[in-house]
Design a protein around this ligand. Structure first.
Ligand SMILES: Cc1cc2nc3c(=O)[nH]c(=O)nc-3n(C[C@H](O)[C@H](O)[C@H](O)COP(=O)(O)OP(=O)(O)OC[C@H]3O[C@@H](n4cnc5c(N)ncnc54)[C@H](O)[C@@H]3O)c2cc1C
Length: 405
């Protein structure tokens, strides 16, 4: 008899498994239909021995000390500040747009003080800011909007910025100084040995059993459990009763090249050329040293694995109907990006999972979050369609990451 059946071994499911097992001594069965733990944050070594992120680059950043300290129980960190360039007019320029972007693009020598004046001269302020187009044109004007945002957004979402909620582009700041970091969060770092190793440590508890390659519906009627935590798509849980919630998907094309470095930073965006939106070179993220380099090209798709909830008012309305159904199910907690149909980053999902745990145990989140330092034996990983082996061995055959840090 399990106390909890947890569907999905991504951040939401794994954090709850860890807390329930270690914090409350509950017995947990963690099920994922993929052949690995970690959800979309899963990383692994490719054939060349380079650590890659299977589902696209995952950069950890947060302002939450609580989340950072909680995860620090399960990993050491490699300091890393993310930088992105955009390929525009034949140049690679910093994005978010900053002083250097404007000076490089237009051959100017503006100072920080002059930048606000520059933006004021090109901006086309809108009385009502409703869409992504309103946000960007209102801040940087139509020309920069066309160069940096319109094409990228159309590729990424299959929609014009004028059709998307303001919040989508509100995530992209504009700077008047030379700060070219993509994120401004207090904590910016990558798990020293990778995400999968961190997940293995999270789940390293006798009370946590893991079943991979298994859709929960295959076992839900035969394995006894008390309560469920569900982190899969909420519309799928209710058999699409009100129709499908729209998601944007991606095709990831991984490649390894016979040269040490390809691009100056981890990610280069292509707003106007190519079918892919961006190219990531992993060694920038991981600090690994290798004479070859592995990259991933991201091609947005309308169909496929659900990655990004499409933030449009009608989709939120549809989600609310599923949310109402979910609220009626006192035996199931719906947690994570897919179950709550929200564009959450990893740290937000960790925070959400910690809050759900705090509610379950009736404590304040700060009290419920303390992960005791005890490190019990490796968990059993049940792999019904493959051989059985302990989770700790999953990366054992992979070479260690050599970090530059
Ligand atoms: C391309 C991309 C890049 C991203 N980059 C960043 C980034 O740089 N920084 C950042 O903070 N966040 C990033 N994110 C967001 C990050 O991936 C999510 O916040 C996080 O992974 C969400 O965790 P989760 O547990 O909610 O969902 P997931 O990681 O999606 O885990 C859900 C799991 O549930 C399983 N599942 C679903 N249905 C079933 C079922 N019926 N039976 C069994 N298992 C099931 C799935 O297989 C999956 O493994 C990115 C996301 C994408 C798609």
């Amino acid at each position: 008899m399990f106390d909890y059946l947890i569907v999905g071994a991504g951040f939401a499911g794994s954090v709850l498994a860890e807390r329930l097992a270690r914090g409350s001594n509950k017995k947990v069965l963690l099920v994922d239909r993929r052949p690995h733990i970690g959800g979309n944050a899963y990383d692994c070594y490719d054939d060349a021995g380079i650590l890659i992120h299977k589902y696209g680059p995952h950069i950890f950043h947060t302002n939450s000390r609580e989340v950072f300290e909680y995860l620090s129980t399960f990993t050491r960190w490699r300091p890393y500040e993310h930088r992105v360039r955009a390929s525009v007019d034949g140049q690679l320029v910093p994005i978010p747009i900053n002083l250097d972007t404007i000076n490089q693009l237009y051959g100017l020598k503006l100072t920080s003080l002059e930048m606000e004046g520059f933006f004021a001269s090109v901006a086309e302020p809108r009385e009502v800011v409703r869409t992504s187009e309103d946000v960007v044109v209102g801040r940087v004007g139509r020309e920069l909007y066309e160069k940096f945002f319109r094409g990228y957004t159309r590729k990424q979402w299959g929609l014009d910025p004028s059709q998307l909620d303001a919040m989508v582009t509100a995530r992209v700041p504009v700077r008047t100084n030379r700060d070219d970091r993509y994120f401004a969060d207090t904590y910016q770092a990558m798990p020293l040995r990778g995400y999968t190793r961190m997940f293995e440590n999270l789940l390293d508890h006798d009370n946590v059993k893991i079943l991979l390659n298994t859709d929960y519906r295959e076992i839900v009627d035969v394995i006894p459990y008390e309560k469920m935590i569900y982190t899969g798509p909420v519309d799928e849980f209710f058999d699409y009763r009100y129709g499908k919630l729209p998601y944007r998907s991606l095709r990831f094309e991984h490649e390894t090249v016979n040269q040490e470095w390809v691009q100056p930073v981890a990610v280069v965006n292509y707003p106007n050329e190519h079918l892919y939106t961006r190219v990531t070179e992993f060694k920038h993220l991981t600090g690994q040293e290798h004479r070859k380099s592995s990259l991933v090209y991201e091609y947005p798709l309308a169909e496929g694995d659900p990655y990004y909830p499409v933030p449009r008012p009608e989709n939120n309305e549809l989600y609310k109907k599923y949310q109402a159904l979910a609220e009626e199910r006192s035996d199931v907690h719906f947690v994570g990006r897919l179950a709550t149909y929200k564009y959450y980053n990893m740290d937000q999902v960790v925070a959400q999972a910690l809050s759900v745990y705090a509610r379950i145990v009736g404590q304040k989140r700060s009290e419920a979050t303390r992960a005791e330092a005890q490190r019990p034996a490796a968990p059993t990983v049940l792999t019904p369609r493959k051989e059985r082996r302990p989770a700790a061995s999953v990366l054992a055959e992979a070479p260690a990451v050599r970090t530059g840090a």
